[in-house]
Structures are given as structure tokens and as C-alpha cells.
Design a binder for this molecule. Sequence first.
Ligand code: XMP
Length: 513
Amino acid sequence: MKQERIIVLDFGGQYNQLIARRVRECGVYCEVRPYTMSLKELQALAPKGIIFTGGPNSVYEEASPHYKKEIFECGIPILGICYGSQLMAYMLGGRVETAPVSEYGHTEVHVDTDDALFAGVSADTVCWMSHTDYIAEAPEGFRITATTPVCPAAAMACPEKNLYATQFHPEVMHTAEGQTMLRNFVYKICGCVGDWKMDSFVETTIQGLREKIGSGRVLCALSGGVDSSVAAVLLSKAVGKQLTCVFVDHGLLRKDEGDEVEAVFGPEGPYELNFVRVNAQQRYYERLKGVTEPEAKRKIIGEEFIRIFEEEARKIGAVDFLVQGTIYPDVIESGQGKSAVIKSHHNVGGLPDVVDFKEIIEPLRMLFKDEVRRAGVELGIPRELVYRQPFPGPGLGIRIIGEVTEEKVRMVQEADAIYREEVAKAGIAPELGQYFAALTNMRSVGVMGDFRTYDYAVVLRAVNTSDFMTAEAAELPWQVLTKVSNRIVNEVKGVNRVLYDCTGKPPSTIEFE
Ligand code: XMP
């Protein structure tokens, strides 16, 4: 049986992937496609339903994105959201104009609970609005199914043709009963049965990758982080030894991390792939000697990575595909549609220019981080790896303030390992967004066993954050802090003082450099 599928037709709105995600949460496979896709291509995907997204334009502007009118006649149920609702109204002969009063944010909406879209929804419900235009008059054959005091057609429907539209956004959390509305659309209106689970994503993607790659050769830069690991395992399951993963150990990883990555992906691990570990620790320490300026350090680490990757790629020879672990938030950060751009601060930035390949493959492009993690679990990747906290591309290089040396790397690795161990033991890890130890550039006087010491200070950081754009310093229990502090000064040679960073972001950043 062919898998059910809903297509989100993208007219440039902000929440397009969120709509797809909410539909997937209903247990129905969903993907976003551009509005420039032809009706023939769209029909070839055999969608059970189509959702028109919002968008920044006004439908009556000459250059605004439209679609072929025949789409409304092809018998596939359609839900228009915001701009999508106005487009439906306008193209079918209704009237769209600038609203006398724009509505933004939480809005009380009165809905017709007899309408299939609003079955089980409260008659008066809070929805999220964000519009300057509105449907002033619904097209012939449509009924108004929701209103607000200032919006005469907050929703409309033509059940005979399976056409539905809402001015508000059911996909955002602020629309209290939005998920019920989307469920109604996919189950009651599109007639889906809900045959999709995360493991279907895994199966479908593996199948798709096999078809696309054929007997081609694939190259992947593996950092050991969640995204590149999940991408690598998907590829390994799809094409096995046609895949080569290059893992550069720059000597700036957390304690034992290089070996952990090798244990999972190397020849002793469970996956079939060609794994190349490049032990470039000394090369990095050499290049970083005497460098203290943060941006200069980042640049050296990034450039060296590209150089090493290039050298390895040359040894491997021509490849057909380059894999990147780009996930949806990266796509937003780098600007919609520019598929080859990687986060500028990411350590593999610039790779596509230096490696000779035909095409980039980004199998996780439409997933959010937690969906990537779920796919990772489905694929059987160890939980410690799937749920690990974010770790910057330049690694400990930016957690050692000032010059990086092998000795300082050892100190920060050991201190960080102790910190992570104690946080885990205390059971507080799940509450924290990110936590780690860094090495300050400060030495101070201390006394140990009747002797004067003049050693380094380690600083501990722990933050609560959901988006990593802003963060608050976490209030760690004092017992945990003192235990960690005691252990660090006792066990890590060269450290005689431990500090705790109480600043938020802004004004600080999460990392120190
Ligand atoms: P900041 O320090 O900017 O960090 O508050 C925000 C988040 O981004 C991570 N980070 C990086 N990740 N390469 C990365 O891949 C980098 O150069 C980099 N710098 C910071 C940081 O760990 C935090 O999660």
C-alpha cells in the first residue's frame, strides 16, 4: 500500500515546516513543496490533502504567488491558512482587501462546531492571528464557519468540494485547539488512516536514498554530533560501503570523545561503512601555538578542518554525493532555499567548494532537532550520542581562553568530565540546556598541602535555554557545585580554583569565546 501523504504548498510563510510537523504529529506523513511545483508534479505525488501556507504578500498584488485554478477542481481536499485562505477566496471569486483593523496575536474566535474542521472544538476558542488583509466576502458556494468581532470570515468552507480555509494559524501552539483542527482536516476531511511513524520516515528515506544514489559513491564529514551521526547512519543503512565517513579528531573534543565516536562508527561498531579517523591533534596544537585572539582561533580550526578533509577526499577520489546533516533550523538560519549553505559558524562551513562532487544530500533537512533525535533512536544509535548536548565545531578551542596547548586541553577535558559526571549523578542533567567547564586564562595563588600553588582557575557554566539564542544561568544546587569544585582541585593537576558563571545571554554568550 502506498503511504498516505499530505503536501504543504509553500507560499513563503514563516510556519511552513511547523505545519508539516504538526501533521506528522497526527501520524500522517507530510512534506513541504514550493508553490512553483506544477499541478502535474503535485498530482503525481498522490496527496490525500494539500495545505496552502501563509505568506507575506497580498493576493491582489501583481507579483504575488498564485497557483493554477484547476487545483480546486482536482478533487483533493485543500486547507488554506492565512495567505493561503485569502488566495483560495480570491481565486474562486471572493473579495480580499486590507482589513480596517489588523489582528495580531491571541484572538477570540467564534467557530461553527458543526463544520468538519471544527468538530470537537469549543465554540469560542483562542486562535493566533497575524494579518493585515482579510476575506471581505467569501466566494459563491462557501459558508462562513468562524468570525471575530473584526474579521467577518475568520474561516470558510465549501464541504461539497472539500475546500477549507482559516485566517488564523492552527499550527502554532498559541491556537489552543489548533491540533484538533489539523487532525480533523487530515482524518475527517482527507480520510487519512494515520499510517506514519518516525520509523516510516527512516524506512522511506532509506528507500529514497537507495534510488537516488544507485551505485554512486558518497562522502560524509562526521563530527560525532547528533545531526551528522544520524545522517551517516541513514546513509550507511541505505548504501553501506559506498559511504565513506571522515572523522577529524582535532584534539579539541571532550574527554574520550574521539574513541567513543570510533567505537560507534569504526570497524568494531555495528554499521557498515568506510570510516576514516584522522588523528590531527598535534597538527592543530602546532597551528594554534601562540594564537590568543578568539576569531583567529576559530578561523584556524575551521580552515585546518577543510584542508584535512580535502586531503582525505583526494585520497578517496571522485565522489558523487556529499552528505550534510543540515536540519530545519539550519535551513531557516541560512535563508530559505539556499540549500548548500551551512551555518556560518559551523566548523564544516565552506566544504562544498573544496570537494568535487555532483550533488549534496541533506536527508534531515525537513526535521526539527527532537525529530532528528527520534530518528536516531529508531536507527538504534546509542542514546548517549543521540541525546548529547550541543558542542561547538571549534570544540574546546573556544573553551580555553587565550592560547590553546595540549596541557590546557587535558585540564579542561578532565574538569569537564568530572562536572558532567557529578551533574549526571545528581540527576539534574535533563533540566539543563547546556553545561560545561572552561579554562580561564587566569592563574592565582592557592595553598595545597602546606605548599603555595600558582595555578589555573576553571570556570563552570550551566544555562537554561530552549533556543540557545537567549539563556539564563542555571541555579545549580550548592552541594553539586562544592562536590565538583573539590573533585576538580583534587584530581586535575594544574587547577587550584573553581568559579561559577552567573551571567545570562545577553549580555554574555553561552560559550566563552
Ligand atoms: P553562543 O556562545 O553564541 O552559543 O551563545 C550558542 C550555541 O551555539 C553553540 N556554538 C557553536 N556551534 N560552531 C557550532 O557548531 C560554533 O562555532 C559555535 N559557537 C557556539 C554553543 O555551544 C551554543 O549551544
